[in-house]
Design a protein around this ligand. Structure first.
Ligand SMILES: Nc1nc2c(ncn2[C@@H]2O[C@H](COP(=O)(O)OP(=O)(O)OP(=O)(O)O)[C@@H](O)[C@H]2O)c(=O)[nH]1
Ligand SMILES: [Mg+2]
Length: 308
């Protein structure tokens, strides 16, 4: 009998900061998508591809689901719902630590998903992440009981994306559920993101890490120039950091330029790893009032792909 290939789309959805992007990187064993301790890091749909034997899983990372207003949030929310529609398998990721301690938040945070998924026929895996934070796993049992009441058909899967605990089992479980189908991508392709976008995302990650409070939410990164140079020479990259308010510009640059310098040197190190080449990175900060509300700009920097 001929062996059949399996291929399907796996949506990673859930509240902000649950560890969706960490999980995607860990499942693929490679950094595809940026991770920060701040909620709402991921802004659009990110695709990571896992090919193993006859199976190909196309993972779709999404922004965390919240009820925020504004055009950027709207496009982020659209990314979640369109991902949800196109998926064969749903992987709902939640922060186990948060909901063990605050079970009452579960229905508030997940309300829209509970409603949308209660009549859904697709396979659903419910990843309870961050179990490394529990010495006594029995403390999690009441949460599992509650989750089982909400989604009786979902498979509950406790793991730690950060500690890479439970990943092999989850990978196997997902691959087993893939529908029959031919591969959509070449075996060795791990992502659909253009390198330029990945570079902009790396810079954005460092901005998230080094800026306090609300500043990173008003920041966008656009790669303005990219010069490969001759063989053996360095690649020259100019990136523009757009800020939504003039006041943010000074915060990003920092005292004597110190903050921007730190962001630049950390980003450069990681970009060099990605490109496997020496990189000269120049960062410029530019004020662009209310860019988060500007559809043409959102489209330019790749955050808006349809309508809007
Ligand atoms: N202790 C612990 N922390 C984790 C784990 N997984 C992720 N984190 C941390 O949780 C934070 C959020 O991780 P992300 O992967 O960015 O979460 P996300 O769900 O993609 O967040 P958004 O993109 O903002 O929706 C980061 O600081 C991670 O290091 C885990 O298994 N254990
Ligand atoms: Mg994310």
């Amino acid at each position: 009998m001929d062996k059949q290939n399996h291929c399907g789309r796996v949506a990673l959805i859930g509240p902000p900061n649950a560890g969706k992007s960490t999980l995607l990187n860990a499942l693929l064993g490679q950094k595809i998508t940026i991770v920060t301790p701040k909620p709402q890091t991921t802004r659009n749909q990110i695709v990571g591809i896992l090919s193993e034997g006859d199976d190909q899983a196309i993972f779709l990372d999404t922004p965390g689901l919240t009820e925020q207003h504004g055009r950027l949030s709207k496009t982020m929310t659209q990314a979640i719902w369109s991902t949800l529609r196109e998926a064969d398998i749903l992987v709902l990721v939640i922060d186990g630590n948060l909901y063990v301690r605050n079970q009452e938040l579960l229905e508030t945070d997940l309300g829209p998903l509970i409603k949308a998924l209660s009549v859904d026929e697709r396979s659903m895996v419910l990843v309870v992440n961050k179990i490394d934070l529990f010495a006594d796993k029995n403390l999690m049992l009441p949460l599992f009981v509650k989750l089982n009441e909400i989604w009786p058909k979902a498979e509950i899967f406790p793991l730690s994306a950060l500690a890479k605990d439970g990943l092999d089992e989850l990978r196997k479980l997902i691959l087993k559920k893939l529908p029959v189908g031919e591969f959509e991508f070449p075996k060795d392709q791990v992502s659909t993101q253009p390198v330029r976008f990945m570079v902009a995302e790396i810079i954005r990650e460092k901005l998230f890490l080094y800026l306090r409070q609300e500043v990173p939410y008003g920041v966008a990164v656009d790669i303005e120039a990219w010069d490969e140079g001759a063989e053996g020479e360095q690649t020259i990259i100019h990136a523009l950091i757009y800020v939504a308010k003039a006041a943010y510009k000074g915060m990003i640059i920092g005292h004597g330029g110190a903050t921007l310098k730190k962001i630049g040197s950390e980003a450069r190190a990681e970009i060099q790893e990605l490109l496997e080449q020496k990189v000269h990175l120049e960062l410029w900060v530019k004020v662009r009032d209310h860019w988060t509300e500007d559809p043409a700009f959102l489209r330019d920097i790749g955050l808006l792909t349809e309508g809007g």
